[in-house]
Design a binder for this molecule. Sequence first.
Ligand code: AMP
Ligand code: FE
Ligand code: FE
Ligand code: ZN
Length: 275
Amino acid sequence: MSVKYVDLHIHTRCSDGVVAPEEIPHLAFEVGLEVVAITDHDAVDGIERAFAGNGYDGLEIVPGVELSATAGGADVHVLGYYIDWQDRTLLEWIAFFRQKRLERARRMVEKLRALGMDLCFETVLEMANGAAVGRPHVADALVKEELIGSYGEAFARYIGYDGPAYFPKVAISPAEAIRLIRGVGGIPVLAHPGTVQRDEWIPSMVRDGLMGIEVFHPMHSPIVRRYYEALAIKHGVIRTGGSDYHGEGRGRAQIGCECVPRWMAENLRNLKENW
Ligand code: AMP
Ligand code: FE
Ligand code: FE
Ligand code: ZN
């Protein structure tokens, strides 16, 4: 009997990933995954397209999203699973976030230009090609215009959280993100808490309806993973995990690389079924 794994955190070209959503089922099948969740930043248009690409029996695609909230000045990401991705209110919020992302990208271009980089906003739009615009597209544009040597250099020198051209996103609170996800039947899960280290917000997020914590993530060392496993158990919320796959040239994470056990997807599905 072969061991089966799942991957509950995947980005596509609809946000800042590089793979078309139609291609995800194929990649997932190739590495033997049983369940994958599409979790684009402020985008749900990849969900239907991933379903359309799924010709595999025994591969489940979970509709999801990754929203950004702000807590104590830090970027806190909240994943939403089994959302009703066609809900009008959700789509209106997503349109709002995307508009704000556009304005923010423009501000980052202005900052880069003030730093002497001859970058056009149009190049950023071209790199995003209709997706929810993020810093990765700004990085792509800087590479395209040969203003920097590599994608990673953009974050290291300019648009990382402490960089001179960083500009924050629209601030909704974690409670608002949780409410929005639950309002469309979704299971809210705190994404990669080890990357932001704002654990003091976790108890209030649980009170506000958080239902899970992502414990398997490429940025979590084994010790950090165990720490969040214990925290999830303590708070009585489920544990999830995923690769945060964005595709080639976007970090080292490969689809399925976290070997997330199947029971994590089963717990998620049980929560939805017993909603
Ligand atoms: P944004 O949502 O526009 O703030 O962009 C965040 C995205 O940028 C993350 O989801 C990653 O895909 C990418 N990212 C953030 N920090 C880095 C980094 N240091 N190196 C490479 N990519 C990064
Ligand atoms: Fe991303
Ligand atoms: Fe994230
Ligand atoms: Zn992500």
